[in-house]
Design a protein around this ligand. Structure first.
Ligand code: C2E
Ligand code: CA
Ligand code: CA
Ligand code: CA
Length: 278
């Protein structure tokens, strides 16, 4: 092949070839990663800012890759969602969360665990059944599990999502709208999904104490949540200033580095034990 000029384009090609190679490797390793439990959950607490108590935790997946180290979801979630593995992965995460819930219950740690599902997971017609069977098998009440649903650019229509979610909610599993405010259809989701919680996206929290527009959006989200009888959670709270502003806007539940980063199971158990109970 003709020698190309050393240009940004050439560098870009090399880089994207490397990425493709890595993606292909990860894709090939995915089944084994689930079978051999390389994919685990870390947990971040949801804090009631008025009392400091832990109201629940969010399970965030991590891949402990034998060569690449600890991978965050950004390195592999897209791969999963564009592979045939998305439903197996959703079930895997649900099972992991419920295994933790079962073990924690035996240690008198009763905190609900939220997991993240993509709308694709709701295409699995057996999902509600799967959840219900596991709850039975582990002898757990449905309110130990919460589903955080991000709207994404699927062509799934909202009616479909709605009916799939209804089945899950009939079991008693709570549903949260994740990344609220960032998607094209946040309001439609709020209107039709009958969610228990909305989670205001970090993008609006980052400068809630300094940006009037974002403060107005958070304030409106709190009002909307109230009228839809939803709880409201702020994600990505990093400073005291943000926390104080949120409380003054009537948003009392928060997640973020200011309170705690996502952490492995042993640490979150410690964290819950050390925090005041609700
Ligand atoms: P998300 O659901 O919006 O989760 C919040 C993300 O923000 C997490 O990143 C969390 O670690 C991070 N975060 C929390 N507090 C702070 C903060 O104060 N500052 C900053 N800078 N970041 C904060 P993470 O764990 O890398 O997850 C990224 C996304 O990957 C999640 O966004 C979620 O959409 C997706 N995800 C995570 N686990 C799963 C899963 O099991 N299944 C699926 N389908 N998606 C998942
Ligand atoms: Ca989430
Ligand atoms: Ca988010
Ligand atoms: Ca997200």
């Amino acid at each position: 092949k003709a020698k190309k000029q050393r240009s940004g384009w050439e560098l870009y090609d090399v880089q994207s070839a490397l990425n493709n190679e890595r993606d292909m490797m990860l894709r090939g390793a995915l089944n084994n990663a689930m079978d051999s439990r390389q994919i685990i959950l870390h947990f971040q607490p949801k804090i009631d800012m008025r009392t400091g108590s832990v109201l629940g935790v969010e399970g965030l997946c991590r891949w402990q890759h034998p060569e690449l180290g600890l991978l965050t979801p950004f390195a592999f979630i897209d791969l999963i969602e564009h592979s045939g593995k998305v439903q197996a992965f959703g079930r895997y995460i649900i099972q992991s969360a419920l295994e933790h819930a079962k073990a924690w219950k035996q240690e008198q740690l009763n905190v609900p665990i939220a997991i993240n599902l993509s709308p694709y997971n709701l295409l699995d017609p057996q999902l509600p059944n799967y959840i219900s069977q596991l709850l039975n098998e582990y002898n757990l009440p449905a309110d130990v599990l919460e589903i955080e649903l991000t709207e994404n650019e699927t062509c799934l229509n909202i009616v479909h999502i709605q009916s799939a979610l209804n089945e899950v909610k009939k079991l008693g599993v709570e549903v949260a709208i994740d990344d609220f405010g960032t998607g094209m259809s946040s309001l439609a989701y709020l209107d039709s999904l009958n969610a228990n919680t909305i989670k205001i996206d970090k993008a609006f929290i980052d400068d809630v104490d300094t940006n009037r527009g974002h403060r107005a959006i958070v304030s409106a989200a709190v009002t909307l949540a109230k009228s839809f009888d939803c709880k409201v959670v702020a994600e990505g709270v990093e400073t005291k200033e943000q926390a104080d502003m949120l409380v003054s806007l009537g948003c009392y539940i928060a997640q973020g580095y200011y309170f705690a980063k996502p952490m492995p199971e042993d640490n979150i158990k410690q964290f819950i034990q050390n925090s005041k109970s609700p």
